[in-house]
Design a protein around this ligand. Structure first.
Ligand code: PEP
Length: 234
């Protein structure tokens, strides 16, 4: 399984280093065979050798250039980063990234062989509009994306469940994951208010290949418990 932590705009470089080392210790002491990914803030990236894979939360589709506020491939290469999160709901809905811009970014990093965690998910109004409208909306987020890319991981993250403490029912997660598996055989993670108290049930669902965790991953001991659940299930 794949257990991923999106640290968002949290943890300084020093705190991230301590955090990642705590995870690394856990993973090696408990001979964890799951894939553990961590996405720190851009200014907290560090070179890291070990089993925990460090990825970028974002980078522009460029080596370098005049894109104020962005980082590019050169900055990722400095830390040997070969994993990137694309299409997170906060980038789509808060920072206004369009599907067109995401496709451009996806193709740029795909051509470089990056492991890409590509996020999809519906806002509340789409969910409330009924299953058909909701699935059409999610399908539109697959447009232009090479769903057979070998280094692709997809994360289904309902926007209304991110950081809210709300989560779809387990039956609903399983149903949507089963539908989404028809679009791509890539590993499919669930994300949105996963925490220690619900991670085990979510991980046990059919067609859930892992989890993408935000707030609850900020505590290394909580995140390690979730990693252990996945290990035990395997
Ligand atoms: C996320 O941001 O990807 C996420 C799932 O956040 P949270 O776990 O806090 O809902």
């Amino acid at each position: 399984m794949i257990i991923a932590a999106n640290l968002k705009t949290n943890l300084t470089r020093k705190q991230t280093e301590i955090y990642v080392n705590e995870l690394e210790d856990y993973v090696s002491k408990h001979t964890i065979s799951q894939e553990v990914l961590v996405f720190p803030a851009a200014s907290s990236l560090n070179p890291h050798a070990g089993k925990v894979i460090i990825g970028a939360q974002n980078a522009y589709a460029t080596h370098n250039g005049a894109f104020t506020g962005e980082i590019g491939l050169d900055h990722l290469e400095e830390f040997s980063i070969k994993t990137i999160l694309i299409g997170h709901s906060e980038r789509r809905h808060v920072l206004g990234e369009t599907q067109e811009a995401l496709v451009k970014k996806f193709n740029f990093y795909k051509d470089l062989g990056f492991k890409i965690v590509y996020c999809v998910g519906e806002p509340l109004e789409m969910r409330e509009a009924g299953k058909e409208t909701m699935m059409e909306y999610i399908s539109s987020q697959y447009e232009g994306i090479d769903t057979s890319y070998e280094n692709l991981i997809i994360a289904y993250e309902p926007v209304w469940a991110i950081g809210t403490g709300l989560i779809p029912t387990l039956e609903n997660i399983e149903e949507i994951h089963t539908d989404l598996k028809e679009k791509s055989i890539a590993p499919l993670l669930y994300g949105g208010s996963v925490k220690v108290t619900n991670a085990k049930e979510v991980l046990a669902l059919r067609n859930v290949d892992g989890i993408l965790v935000g707030s609850a991953a900020l505590y290394s001991e909580h995140f390690c418990s979730m990693i252990q659940y996945a290990e035990d299930l395997n």
